[in-house]
Design a protein around this ligand. Sequence first.
Ligand SMILES: NC(=O)c1ccc[n+]([C@@H]2O[C@H](COP(=O)([O-])OP(=O)(O)OC[C@H]3O[C@@H](n4cnc5c(N)ncnc54)[C@H](O)[C@@H]3O)[C@@H](O)[C@H]2O)c1
Length: 340
Amino acid sequence: MVYDRGMLEEKTVLVTGSAGFIGSHLCERLLKEYPGIRIVGIDDLNDYYDVSLKEYRNEKLLKYPNYTFLKGDIADKKFLEEIFSEYRFDLAVNLAAQAGVRYSLENPDVYVSTNLLGFFNLLEMIRNHPVEHFLYASSSSVYGGNTKVPFSTEDKTDHPVSLYAATKKADELMAYTYTHLFGMKTTGLRFFTVYGPAGRPDMAYFSFTQKLLKGDKIRIFNYGNCKRDFTYIDDIVEGIVRIMEKGPKEDYNLYNIGNSHPEDLMEFVDTLADSLKRYELLPKDFDVKEHMELVGMQAGDVPVTYADTFALEKDYGFHPDTPLKDGLDRFSRWYKEYYG
Ligand SMILES: NC(=O)c1ccc[n+]([C@@H]2O[C@H](COP(=O)([O-])OP(=O)(O)OC[C@H]3O[C@@H](n4cnc5c(N)ncnc54)[C@H](O)[C@@H]3O)[C@@H](O)[C@H]2O)c1
């Protein structure tokens, strides 16, 4: 499939969650690839996880003269109104969210504030200041405990098993209504367990690394009987960029972006440990099995995630395919450089 790689030159793009894991990688790729692009990044730099990691990502972006950073909360309508009256955006990508399934059990309010009210505010802004295309992060968690695999965007997603998942599903529904009512073009992106350099410390591969390096035990949920479709960050970014470049297929769109190759949790831990050994973060004779504690399923978690990426491939000629070993090696290399 041939793309007009210049499509995004001269565009003004809003990226929310720009200091986040996916947002910062997306901005960096766009700024590198399209010298004429203008990006306005929004992030509230909250302390859900280590703020210095968000600052590190943001500082890399601030080196580009065509990147503007505005610190603020998308739940704050006034803040957004000022931005939308100052800039005329061609595209908007919403990656700001309160992420994490487990955290939503203890801290539900912030999910409602950011993922529902913040998302609604963005829809309202775009209703009043139209953009060519509004893309937003949804999540594989909307599939809940579905047992039919792989998960297809055609499948029912009426049974989210965490508040996080429910807010993502609600975002898709609100986007549908606004698309229908106000002639917007929207694309929801259901990401599947994203990992990579400068990733999120609250996610298993990162927190396992921190714990193993300290000699602590790691907790393996559902006694290891979990499968996850781990998706390397560059594949996620490639998917988003292609959709931005080519534009929306219909008015309302939904895509899975996942690796379509679910990994057994135990094998994943072995692959991670091998990678950490290769980068001399763990000693060669380290026995990861001795550092595992097998525990039951966590409330809100699902046993399997597995993406059907047929639609993404058909419409945008792409599906994620970075092997786990390669992706984890890139993570380990970054981890060694960053933490020394
Ligand atoms: N990483 C994954 O595996 C994964 C999987 C599925 C879906 N997603 C979704 O992708 C998006 C990006 O995820 P990520 O992994 O980069 O997470 P992240 O937490 O690293 O990034 C989100 C960013 O948004 C910012 N933010 C949060 N609330 C905000 C608010 N109210 N106003 C302004 N900024 C706010 C945070 O400070 C953070 O920098 C999120 O919507 C997430 O739900 C991620």
